[in-house]
Design a protein around this ligand. Sequence first.
Ligand code: M3L
Ligand code: AKG
Length: 427
Amino acid sequence: MSVLITKILSRRLLKYPQNYGIISTISKAHVIFRGLCTSESGVNLSIYENQETRVSPLWLRHHCQCQNCVHPSTHQRVLIPGDLRNSSTVKSVTLDKKSVEENIKIVWNDDHVSTYKIKWLQDNIGDNYAGLNGSENNNVDSTTDISEVSVNFDDFLNNNNRGLQKFMGHIQKFGFALIVDAPPDTVSTKKAIERIAQPQVTMFGGLYEFQSDLKHADTAYTSDYVHLHTDCTYFTEPNGLQVFHCLEHIGEGGINSVADGFKIAQEFSREYPDQYEILKSIPVPWHYIDPGKYSFYNVAPILQHNPYTDKLQCLRYNPHDMAPLNTIPLVNVSEFYESIINFSDKLEKKAVWFKLHPGMILFTDNWRVLHGRSEFTGSRKMCGSYITRSDWLSKFKVMFGNVQDGSNACTYLNGTLTSYCKHNFSK
Ligand SMILES: C[N+](C)(C)CCCC[C@H](N)C(=O)O
Ligand SMILES: O=C(O)CCC(=O)C(=O)O
């Protein structure tokens, strides 16, 4: 294999000598290139059983984990990319199978020594990027029993972290989770929120209370029906988690709705692939206007894909907060409306309804799950907060190390989400 590389490259070497340093061959038939590397060059490392992986010497040198290259206290890089020019030619590569953790040792041209744990290389080489997208087989739908999406308040706060882990596993797997049996007050709500992260401060405040008093120019501060939506569509980055706790309701209605936007978008893409592409590509303007106080405005598609994985990453949709649609080319207006009308109908049909009683604190992943509420009568006092996506994902990674493990923290039970809600939450 390495001999073949040498033959191919020697022909290229004659043609493009300026691209290559001196080719040096070392033990175990690994072909190494001095100087700056091109795409054809690399170090062939035995990272996986019975196969070799060609890795860029620049990447390897840049990822030296020694205490001179990574600050021992802050874990930040000491090396800057420009430093790689003088230390990225391999002098020797040795595989140490005897140490507790198998590792590969590389000595560089400046005699710097780098040691890489095989497991670390396996976890970090290549496009392992998966991000947190609530993978397709982990969706809330009618087969999920909502009782399994709940964690008791005391368990949630318990420092053994088991309740918190289970809770965050629910959020990663289903897009939302409930804390039950919480004292129906703002102090307890604040404790629960701060178990994950500090409340995100916005024009509504940090830990906010709201009721039908039009304290802000928004239907959330009325007793009107609020259709399924995600919050903060008008911010550059929508809030990450949405937290609601109904402290008291003396009256009728005020039933909450949730819908798993990722599950619905997945079905929509199968039923209307062309219309899915429209909602993925057409930029939509969103706004929040409180005359004389606030005028937030942002333009972004309803279905925002992760640019690296091309998976749906953020569903941004609030039918109440769409600004004048002056961002759609005239030729696309009719197909846009056909798409958004179908999407809106699908969302509304998929809503799952339940009553948030005092003591139940709902957390939703606002990049994935939509929420709403029916109109109500009487006095209904709510409190809650936003948490940024960066903050809650950070907590998640601390709890699980790797976001993908989160789904193991909870069970996926048959049952009927809708019927459970009807019989258990809508009383
Ligand atoms: C009451 N609370 C602060 C939770 C939200 C207010 C909603 C604001 C806006 N309609 C949006 O959806 O972002
Ligand atoms: O009043 C509620 O239960 C929810 C209101 C709402 O949707 C919001 O504040 O974003």
